[in-house]
Design a protein around this ligand. Structure first.
Ligand code: KG4
Ligand code: ZN
Length: 339
């Protein structure tokens, strides 16, 4: 019998639904919320209202595209956290209602766990190389930056993480001081190819072991721009591509340096990246180039599965379903991961 998982993701500002059939993506629909652009960041109250409006149509389209009727679904998986509480509640309530109505298992999914498993996403008939266990994963999103050893579909160990800002925050905050709208990471990526990555040099943090720090970089970027703007008020306009290329290179160098160290320390030579920042074209290239130098095998999720999506929730649900790991109706969403 087919195993059909309906996945729901609503942790931040994207409402998404996906169907995974027997471990393959049958559909993945994402409704983005443009309403936040003019505020320079996600407004939680507006996000939850937009989720409420989008959730049913997005699920309907995802089911239709997969050719699946509600009664065919084996289990419903949803993002329990971390994320914005009001946003999480919309997906959680929908999933619980669906599970009660259809009398099918409910599966709670940790958003970060799901990002990691996005490297396993493919449509039926594709033959993507999949990482063997254990593999290393650099998880880089808007709120988290971690290096993990992935031991199985359901087990992992964090061996390094940021002590302050996440890499995505570094991209977004640097973009903001350049006057770029939120989220700035993709815009830095867009301007960087036309710039010289060695034009401006920013100092890198000295943090022991496998941990990261990005708050100093953001501050030094801010002070650098302030000094240059005092000399020339058009400095940013005249140098946008070079500034984007240089800051992007600095962030990538910081990320890759610790990943190389993690591979050397653990002896693991299968290395994946995941999370929104893994959509960055410079980072995608760097992980492959470093892999060639270091004799790694690199694994990168498809671009559409790098940023928030429900396919990663559904595939995590699929692996949990196969192991009989289910949720309870009284499980509440959580905004932050437990330390
Ligand atoms: O994983 P994600 O979609 O949401 C969270 O779980 O946080 O990650 C969002 C982050 C944002 O900081 C965004 O600027 C960054 O990923 N991002 C990028 C790119 N696409 C998304 N950063 C750099 N280059 C990109 N192409
Ligand atoms: Zn995410």
């Amino acid at each position: 019998m087919d195993i059909i998982i309906l996945g729901i993701e609503s942790s931040c500002d994207d409402t998404s639904a996906s169907v995974i059939r027997n471990g393959y993506v049958a559909s993945n629909r994402v409704a983005n919320q443009d309403v936040h652009k003019k505020y320079g960041g996600v407004v939680p109250e507006l996000a939850s209202r937009a989720h409420q409006k989008n959730i049913i149509p997005v699920v309907d389209v995802a089911l239709a595209e997969a050719g699946v009727k509600p009664e065919d679904v084996s289990a419903v998986a949803y993002t329990r956290g971390p994320g914005l509480m009001g946003s999480l509640l919309v997906g959680t309530s929908f999933a619980k209602g669906f599970s009660i109505a259809r009398k099918i298992p409910l599966i709670d999914v940790n958003h970060l766990h799901a990002h990691i498993l996005s490297v396993f996403l493919q449509a039926e008939g594709e033959n993507k190389p999949m990482p063997p266990f254990p593999f290393l994963c650099l998880l880089v999103s808007g709120g988290h930056t971690q290096i993990l050893v992935i031991k199985s579909h359901l087990e992992s160990e964090i061996i390094g993480q940021t002590i302050d800002d996440a890499a995505g925050e570094a991209f977004d905050k640097c973009a903001k001081v350049l006057g770029l709208p939120y989220p700035g990471g993709p815009l830095i990526d867009k301007f960087a190819p036309a710039g010289n990555p060695d034009k401006f040099v920013f100092s890198k943090p000295r943090i022991a072991g496998l941990n990261y720090s990005f708050s100093g970089l953001k501050t030094s970027f801010l002070y650098f721009l302030r000094d240059e703007l005092n000399k020339n008020s058009s400095f940013i306009d005249e140098n946008t591509p070079d500034l984007c290329a240089s800051i992007q290179k600095t962030i990538i160098d910081i990320l890759i340096e610790k990943l190389v160290l993690a591979s050397q320390q653990t002896g693991i030579r299968h290395v994946a990246i995941a999370g929104g920042v893994s959509a960055n074209s410079g980072l995608r290239r760097a992980i492959i180039d470093t892999g060639t130098q270091q004799k790694w095998q690199a694994y990168i999720p498809e671009f559409k599965y790098s940023t928030d999506n429900a396919a990663m929730i559904a595939i995590t649900g699929y692996y949990k379903f196969k192991q009989g790991v289910f949720a309870n109706l009284h499980d509440a969403p959580f905004a932050r991961n437990k330390a």
